[in-house]
Design a protein around this ligand. Structure first.
Ligand SMILES: CC(C)(COP(=O)(O)OP(=O)(O)OC[C@H]1O[C@@H](n2cnc3c(N)ncnc32)[C@H](O)[C@@H]1OP(=O)(O)O)[C@@H](O)C(=O)NCCC(=O)NCCS
Length: 172
C-alpha cells in the first residue's frame, strides 16, 4: 500500500470488481480515454491471472482514507525495447475531482516505479485539450516533449485527438 495525504494506492481485490465494472460501464473514464470499458468477466479474468499487477502492466486502485474507491492508475510497457513505462490515471466520480487525488496517485506510482523497476523514463500521453490532466502532469514534474498528431479516436467525441507526450527521467 502507498499513501500520501488523503490518497492511498492499493492492489485490487476480487470484491472490488463489481463496483469497478459499474464505474467503467457508466463512462467514468471520460471522453479522452481511448480504451473500451471492461466487463465484469474481463476484469475477473485479469484479476485471476495476476491480480492486476505485473512488472509489464499493473493497475492500482486509488482510494481515500475512508476506503472509498476514487479511481485507478495504470502503468504499462509501451515499447518493446525501451526501458520506459507509460502511466494513466482516472478519478471516476466528478465530485471527487480537483481534490488532489490524481496528483498524489501519480506522484506515488512514479516514485514506486523508479524505486522498484530498472526503468529510465516514465511517460504520459494526454489529449491536448484535457486541461486537468495536463495540469496533473505538470504538478508532478513531468516535462512536455511534443505532440502526437491525431493519435487516437475518441468514440465519445466522434473525432481524433492530438496527444501531448510528457516524460520524467530517472533523476529529474
Ligand atoms: C484528469 C483527472 C484524472 C484529474 O484528477 P483530479 O483528482 O481532479 O486531479 P487533481 O485534483 O490532482 O488536479 C487537477 C488540477 O487540474 C486543475 N483543473 C481542473 N479543471 C481544469 C481546467 N478546465 N483547466 C485548467 N485546470 C484545470 C485543477 O484546478 C487542479 O490543479 P490545481 O491543483 O493547480 O488547482 C480527472 O479529471 C479524470 O479522471 N478525468 C477523466 C479521465 C482522464 O482524463 N484521465 C487522464 C488520462 S491521461
Amino acid at each position: 500500500m502507498l499513501e500520501s495525504g488523503a490518497t492511498r494506492l492499493r492492489l485490487l481485490r476480487e470484491e472490488d470488481v463489481p463496483a469497478l465494472a459499474a464505474c467503467l460501464a457508466a463512462g467514468a473514464t471520460g471522453p479522452y480515454y481511448p480504451g473500451d470499458f471492461e466487463s465484469v468477466q474481463e476484469l475477473k479474468t485479469r484479476f485471476a491471472t495476476d491480480g492486476f499487477w505485473s512488472e509489464r502492466d499493473g493497475r492500482l486502485l486509488i482510494e481515500n482514507l475512508e476506503g472509498r474507491m476514487v479511481g485507478w492508475i495504470f502503468h504499462f510497457r509501451n515499447h518493446p525495447f525501451m526501458d520506459s513505462r507509460e502511466l494513466a490515471y482516472f478519478v471516476f466520480d466528478p465530485a471527487m475531482r480537483n481534490r488532489g487525488h490524481a496528483t498524489a496517485a501519480l506522484r506515488l506510482l512514479t516514485s514506486h516505479l523508479f524505486n522498484t523497476l530498472p526503468v529510465h523514463r516514465l511517460e504520459l500521453t494526454i489529449a491536448t485539450e484535457n486541461e486537468s490532466s495536463l495540469r496533473v502532469a505538470e504538478k508532478v514534474g513531468y516535462r512536455r516533449e511534443g505532440i502526437l498528431r491525431q493519435a487516437w479516436y475518441s468514440p465519445a467525441l466522434g473525432r481524433r485527438l492530438d496527444g501531448c507526450r510528457y516524460a520524467l527521467l530517472r533523476g529529474e
